[in-house]
Ligand binder design. Sequence first.
Ligand code: UT7
Length: 335
Amino acid sequence: MTAARTAVVCGLGTHLPSGVVTNEDLAKELDTSDEWIRSRTGIGQRHIAEDGTATSDLAVEAGRRALKSASTDTVDAVIVATSTPDHICPATAPVVAARLGLGTVPAFDVAAMCTGFVYGLAVAAGFIAAGTARSVLVVGAETYSTILDPEDRSTRAIFGDGAGAVVVRAGEPDEPGALGPVILGSDGTGSELIRIPSGGSRDPFRAAHAERADPYFRMSGARVFRNAVERMAEASLEAVTRAGWAPEDVDVFVSHQANVRIMNAVADQMRLPRSRFPVHLDRVGNTAAASIPLALADAVTAGGLRPGHRTALAAFGGGLTWGAATLTWPDVTPV
Ligand code: UT7
């Protein structure tokens, strides 16, 4: 008998910082309004971590809850998907693993921006398929509030902080929770559309040039919007087809929560009712790599995502990067 080597989702945990910034709060500081933000994005508020809170602090909490949800206190590897690591180096995952008491397991970060969670799932599935690990904790965690320009209304309106995590274990392909095909892609010709211009090796921090450095997150929103719709719809169709499903077989489509207009456009391109796309961003904004696990937990809690539902996941982010995956939702209670 061959060993089971399909990644099966068996735990889900989330953590949001308690601080909430509403659109009205932002409008007191910036030239924006609740009406603009809601009508252009669907976002009503976002959670923002307190000063001094790092991404690992949120990741540890979500990770702890995912382990609890999976009724386990061990895993063979930890992957943290983030574009707001505690430090440029070292990676955030080893600290998360240590603080969770997971010992000396392999732990590393995945940097695929908002697609990071889907990339992380794919890597975890690869570890399990190769026999490198029997179980993996995959965390998406972000503190975008630490990289946004306080004066940039277009990014501050969108991004929020948070973390979500899943545990995947080795299992059989026909079990509920078994990850189906994962489709990933990238297009580095669009790398300038989303980036932090300074502070990396291209424009390192130098005290002498500090005044011309730009340490903040920048995004060409409208161009990203068009790419996001096209790439997420394409990747999702491919993932669904490879799973042997027709698009209309998808009961629940858990999309990266960047902008409700992007989600609606993907639904329209796939000829799926918009109601199959659960919306979470109205309460949390765009939480980048944390967005999909947070949206999964919210959909389960709200009763819209139930065991047996054919589920598609899709994300798009800086890089540019994108990804999509399928699974049949398992009987997992988020913590
Ligand atoms: O998660 C990773 C990937 N990211 C995304 O998927 C985000 C994709 N992009 C978007 O969601 C949208 O492009 C945004 C929400 C970021 C912007 O919406 P848009 O409809 O594409 O607006 P725009 O960038 O084309 O800007 C239109 C106008 C501009 O003013 P002018 O130059 O026409 O005078 C902006 O300055 O809207 C202005 N604007 C705002 N006005 C009020 C931008 N942000 C705001 C704001 N409040 N918060």
